[in-house]
Design a protein. Structure first.
Ligand SMILES: Nc1ncnc2c1ncn2[C@@H]1O[C@H](COP(=O)(O)OP(=O)(O)OP(=O)(O)O)[C@@H](O)[C@H]1O
Ligand SMILES: [Mg+2]
Length: 489
């Protein structure tokens, strides 16, 4: 069934200072269609979203839509109030009231079907800040749906979502488009484009590299070519020599109450070891132990030859670099320059080497690192102005600056594009080749198979298997992660 145009934009231009974020961009969004918007980090996707939704004014160009077109946006950075309940967050325009009182019952009745549709099983009274990131993201989507939009814009909604939630989102989007709603769907996951979208627009350097092509007329390699402009892909290196030294990471018989049971593994210098598991399987707790962020109730731990780290700072002193998945919560001073961020850990937390380098030296080192990571922006740029993926590169750069012996990565490439992802993988390979021990968790199974020498599979707090060599495929990992553990003490 065909619906008409909901929104048509033409010739959009937007500059930030010297940076031309959009340079003559047009897009046509039709009712009943999911229109995917893809492009590398910094290509201009979020800028386009902001202009279409009216939160940013273009320097030139037009946006036409019917007068009463309600547009709801789920933005890339979460915008919920963490101290308020799910219920209060869902009704930003003022909750339903009865006799002047908040009508909780009415709110919950309105919210329940939407939450159920998204598979979000939470008590509406829960504070949003208490929820895991994936549930916060679903709450944000629920809030947008409750506005009853004609156009729904989702800016990278699945970067924090587990696979099952992505499946539900797919069903929800089908239901919405079935009612004639238009959806603009920004993502870095091209498999989602192929699954969800009827059309796709590719942006590259602020210009349209592929305009509203029908999904049936393109394939993934073509999309990648449009995104990268013919730049050849760089496969991660898989040949590594393990250094014959005492292993930098040793866990033996480790228990963490309610989270880990009898966990034993080592990571040798020069090795990249993955950890995989479903949500709550314990693989992330194992990383937390190595980073000094969780205590243990039994077993033995040695990190960098200094025993169990008692704090993140302690772990950093033992040579650990920790690249988290949540760049907002850990790690970035967004109102400071790139060089200040990249040097923050190396001189504040480490205090290695004694003498503080000069500011010019710090800036120079920062410039080296950002060049190595191909950051879009220089050492003096303020982090808040960088695109999401480029901010993640700064997190990476900051830890590389410490020249770590042990590198712990938790979903390091979530929300970054294929180009940056390949570059980060290359650097992980370089770190290992240089003798670092690398531990990697990722929600992206392909990443584990591409980067790791072997992957430890966690199920309900125990290591239930290890996958390596030829057997290290996404399929094998996914199957191993689903396997039930025998119920025994
Ligand atoms: N507020 C701002 N001030 C200065 N420059 C900005 C600002 N917002 C975006 N830019 C620049 O505009 C360009 C496009 O950024 P935008 O956020 O639209 O990219 P994106 O495609 O959404 O990237 P990502 O996938 O990393 O989220 C980038 O070069 C970015 O650094
Ligand atoms: Mg963006």
């Amino acid at each position: 069934m065909a619906y008409g145009d909901i929104l048509v934009a033409q010739g959009l231009v937007k500059s930030y200072g010297g940076v031309r974020a959009l340079d003559g961009v047009g897009i046509r969004l039709r009712g009943g269609e999911v229109h995917a918007l893809v492009g590398e980090n910094g290509a201009g996707k979020s800028t386009l979203v902001r202009i279409l939704s009216g939160t940013l004014t273009a320097d030139a160009g037009t946006v036409r839509s019917a007068r009463d077109t309600r547009i709801a946006v789920v933005s890339q950075e979460l915008s919920l109030f963490p101290d308020l309940s799910v219920r209060e967050n869902l009704f930003p325009l003022g909750p339903p009231r009865r006799f002047g009182l908040l009508d909780r019952g009415a709110m919950d009745r309105a919210a329940r079907p939407v939450l159920a549709e998204l598979g979000l099983d939470v008590d509406p009274g829960t504070e949003v800040g208490e929820l895991p990131l994936s549930d916060q993201q679903l709450t944000e989507i629920a809030r947008a749906l409750l506005l009853g939009p004609r156009l729904l814009i989702l800016d990278e909604p699945t970067s924090a979502l587990p696979a099952a939630a992505v499946d539900r989102l797919e069903r929800v989007l089908r239901a919405l488009t079935g009612r004639g709603i238009a959806v603009l769907y920004v993502t870095h996951f091209l498999d989602e484009v192929m699954r969800f979208a009827q059309r796709v627009t590719v942006l590259r350097d602020g210009q349209v590299a592929l305009p509203g092509a029908r999904r049936a007329d393109v394939d993934v390699p073509e999309l990648v070519t449009a995104m990268l402009g013919g730049r050849p892909p760089q496969p991660a290196r898989r040949t590594r020599a393990v250094v014959d030294l005492p292993p930098p990471v040793v866990l033996s018989g480790v228990d963490v109450p309610g989270r880990l049971t009898d966990v034993t593994f080592t990571v040798r210098a020069g090795e990249v070891v993955g950890v995989a598991g479903l949500q709550g399987a314990g693989h992330l707790t194992a990383l937390a132990v190595v980073c000094g962020r969780t205590g243990i109730s039994a077993g033995r731990v040695d990190v960098g030859g200094r025993g169990l780290p008692r704090s993140l700072r302690d772990a950093v002193r033992a040579g650990v670099a920790f690249v988290p998945s949540d760049r907002k919560r850990y790690g970035l001073m967004v109102d400071r320059a790139v060089w200040e961020n990249t040097t923050a850990v190396s001189w504040l937390a480490l205090g290695r080497g004694g003498v503080m380098p000069s500011r010019a030296e710090l800036v120079r080192r920062s410039a080296d690192l950002t060049q190595r990571l191909r950051l879009r922006g220089g050492p003096y740029d303020v982090v808040a102005r960088l695109s999401g993926g480029n901010q993640q590169k700064v997190v990476f750069a900051k830890w590389l600056a410490t020249e770590p012996k042990i590198v712990v990565l938790d979903d390091p490439t979530r929300g970054v594009d294929v180009g940056v992802r390949a570059e980060m993988h290359r650097i992980v390979g370089e770190l290992a080749a240089g003798g670092a021990a690398v531990l990697l968790a990722s929600t992206d199974l392909a990443e584990l198979t591409e980067v790791c020498d072997r992957v430890l599979v966690f199920v309900r707090g125990r290591i239930t298997g290890e996958v390596h060599g030829e057997r290290l495929t996404e399929h094998a990992l996914a199957v191993a992660m689903q396997q039930a553990v025998p119920e025994s003490g």
